[in-house]
Design a protein around this ligand. Sequence first.
Ligand code: ADP
Ligand code: RBF
Ligand code: MG
Length: 146
Amino acid sequence: MASFPYFSQGTVVKGFGRGSKELGIPTANLPEEVVNQLPSHIDTGVYYGWASVNNGPVYKMVMSIGWNPYYKNTVKSMEAHLIHVFDDDFYGSNLKVCILGYLRPERGFSSLEELKTAIFNDIENGKTKLDEESNQKYKDHEFFLS
Ligand code: ADP
Ligand code: RBF
Ligand code: MG
């Protein structure tokens, strides 16, 4: 699609404590200023792409772009789950993301277990997409070089 890749970066901020880490799926949240820069063609939903922390290694990631109900649906959030196990939290670090494609719309779930299953499914779908040659090349994009 013509709207991708979409490159974005910002300082990792605290999210709103809905406990994604407890789900085993921590998400690094980008600040509001960064979310507000999103072009209108990037709709809410679930995306896949590449990400790095403080110009370190580039990892596969899946991202949720959506409205935070705690902010009365006026604040959109961007949260990335990097497909890598980190030894420590990285709040305050620079997060770079290269969004390459759309997976599905955001939806409601009747249980946390269903949400978790959907996200694990997104991770598998994202990984498969990112293995395609047309997406692999962005891992080495100059955007990720400090
Ligand atoms: P919050 O609500 O503050 O965003 P989370 O439970 O979503 O809390 O945890 C997010 C934090 O976990 C990130 O800001 C980051 O510091 C840390 N983290 C550790 N591993 C990862 C990972 N693989 N992907 C994203 N964030 C991670
Ligand atoms: N939240 C939803 O309410 N509906 C979704 O469909 C949804 N999909 C997500 C997909 C991915 C890949 C990720 C990382 C998060 C998703 N979330 C979704 C957000 C999730 O609810 C959030 O990370 C936790 O609630 C903690 O804030
Ligand atoms: Mg989070």
